[in-house]
Design a protein around this ligand. Structure first.
Ligand SMILES: *Cc1c(COP(=O)(O)O)cnc(C)c1O
Length: 451
């Protein structure tokens, strides 16, 4: 446990308590009692700051009495497969402090529409988002999954076929299920890579079996199982040839990898805020072309039978407004950084490959993902190395987690030494080298040969 990290949290919490005094006081100013609370509170902050400087005192453990502090991003290197792209920027954390209250984005809502709010500049953000992924229109949604759902519920009738990858994420299946659709999976083959040809073959087999074309194709650029890159350009081309709308699933790309939906040939681009855009969960984006926007982002048509009430400015698939506070503001606050970081994707891939090369020096270690790596998420196979140790170790599979934790590394699937995933996204070169060295040292300790 890092005491200084804990002291920083404690100071932040103490400042929040000061802020609370103003939330309870009259707008005219503090009364005598409140002035006293304020000066006591300031003294407390000063004490904490002094302890922070000196590295002394008791470490704070909890928020309130039940929530443990989450300090893994401060105290450890986190290689969790799904978390690195959603790690908040300092700007996002500050936005969360300022805009954490419920409907905080609604202070100046003049039209009853989230994407038209000018202060904070939510309308401008929507334009920039569409541009960022090379599409015409964008909306924010509570997670990539809600983006899939908006599209499936707009496009599908009962029994309509949707083509997905055999490596597709479960949320794609559920989005099709809830809209009454039927899934047909494209095989990724022995290489675990989806090609345009494989999609075309599946379309033909659906056509042969049902006499109809599928209504939608959903393919991810990088799948969550291997982090392999799939031929989305090829899929876009095939989709165009058959005239079937193509939803590009960018959960593992938007916000990390440069994405241009139109160049890819996508009709929809879906991204995840909390997986790839350094944002609070649940958040994400759904972008579309001008061709499909009127269908997905259509206005409400319903009319109350007695009152005659209508809600024509609301978009039913989004249930009107979506991200009305800290989620959206965190996305907006991280966005300048996110726009800039996608330009550094090649460097992230380089670091990923550096780590993998070092990791492979340990005899028996294998990579289940494609090599060289094109992403920072990788599936590793340690059955012939660390798992051999686990077989006789008294902690079994937990020995590796224990050793890693001792070196300040967390995020691997606890207890797993067989086939597991890790993600190096956003780690500095120093951290990448430290991480590589840590695995080699652990191998050395257990006398696994290192090349
Ligand atoms: C994580 C993931 C999703 C789900 O994203 P959410 O934003 O959590 O809804 C969908 N598809 C793929 C390929 C993913 O990796």
């Amino acid at each position: 446990m890092n005491l200084r990290v804990r002291k920083i949290y404690e100071a932040l919490f103490a400042l929040e308590d000061l802020r609370e005094i103003y939330r309870q006081a009259l707008p005219t100013g503090l009364d005598e009692n409140e002035e006293k609370q304020l000066s006591d509170g300031i003294a407390r902050v000063e004490t904490i700051i002094r302890e922070l400087k000196e590295g002394k005192g008791n470490p704070v453990q909890r928020v309130g009495d039940r929530l443990e502090l989450r300090t893994r991003e401060e105290e450890f290197i986190n290689i969790n497969p799904i978390q690195p792209g959603g790690r908040l920027t300092p700007e996002a954390r500050k936005a969360l402090i300022a805009y954490g209250d419920g409907y905080s984005v609604c202070d100046m809502c003049l039209e009853g529409r989230l994407d038209k709010i000018r202060k904070p500049p939510v309308d401008e953000f929507h334009t920039e988002l569409a541009d960022f992924v090379g599409m015409d229109e964008a909306r924010v949604v509570p997670g990539a999954r809600r983006g899939f759902q908006a599209v499936t519920s707009s496009l599908l009738e009962n029994g309509d076929v949707v083509i997905v990858s055999d490596l597709a994420h479960y949320t794609e299946y559920l989005a099709v299920e809830i809209a009454g659709g039927v899934i047909k999976e494209v095989p990724s083959g022995p290489k675990n890579i989806i090609t345009g040809d494989a999609v075309a073959d599946k379309i033909e087999s659906v056509k042969d079996a049902t006499g109809k074309l599928p209504e939608l194709i959903i393919i991810e650029h990088f799948d969550y199982l291997f982090g392999n890159e799939h031929d989305v350009y090829g899929v876009g081309k095939v989709a165009k040839e058959y005239g079937i709308p193509f939803l590009y699933n960018g959960a593992y790309s938007v916000g990390m990898v440069p994405v241009n939906g139109k160049k890819i040939g996508a009709d929809f681009v879906v991204g995840s805020g909390h997986k790839g855009m350094a944002s609070v969960a649940p958040s994400g984006i759904l972008a579309s072309t001008d061709e499909w926007a009127p269908k997905v982002f259509r206005s409400s048509q319903i009319v109350g039978d007695v009152t005659g009430r209508r809600f024509e400015n609301k978009e039913p698939v989004l249930m009107g407004c979506t991200l009305m506070g800290g989620t959206l503001l965190s996305m907006m606050a991280s966005f300048p950084h996110v726009k800039e970081r996608v330009e550094r994707w090649e460097e992230e891939v380089k670091k990923s490959n550096y780590f993998i090369r070092e990791f492979l020096r340990i005899e028996g270690n294998k990579i289940a993902s494609e090599c060289p790596r094109k992403h920072t998420l990788s599936k590793v196979d340690t059955r012939d190395s660390f798992d051999r140790i686990a077989k006789t170790h008294k902690r079994r599979g937990y020995f590796l987690s224990d050793e890693l934790k001792r070196k300040g590394i967390v995020g691997e699937f606890a207890g797993s030494t067989r086939v597991w995933k890790l993600n190096t996204y956003g780690l500095s070169w120093d951290r990448i080298k430290y991480l590589s060295e840590a695995f080699i040292e652990i191998a050395g300790k257990y006398e696994l040969p290192v090349r």
